[in-house]
Design a protein around this ligand. Sequence first.
Ligand code: ZN
Length: 153
Amino acid sequence: MSKKDKALARAAAARQRGRLKKADFVKKHERAPSLVEKLYCRVCGDVVKELIMDENYIDTRTINGQVVKTVGLVLAESSEYAEIELTFDDGSTHVTYTCKKCAHTLTTDDLEDMYALDLELWNAEGAPEEFFAQYGSRKPLTSKVIRQDGGPV
Ligand SMILES: [Zn+2]
């Protein structure tokens, strides 16, 4: 079994355990699938980021006699967003996120399931085999909150 297959087996096991309320934590925009529309806390399922209209980027121009109005979009953090840093058994670290409530009550099992789903997502995004050789088998041991309420903790 390749390192990538082993990493994907960790994700499958995490899904099967069903401890996380939102294993599919990234919702893509229906009409623009390259855009993330909503990001959920994997542990409780609350929305922590959402695509909203950015009123600083509204543009109106005339194209072939038609007035075309465009608006910018921004993936904004909700007030519940918290960034956490995982520390692994090999001493390495990885920054990820949860909601503010869950950030302070994460168990080692939660961390394993969250990281396993990150590995699955990176695979879906095309991470190469070497990536999994380097990061696919490390185990998260602890987490600490590094940012919440829009700033450092
Ligand atoms: Zn949560």
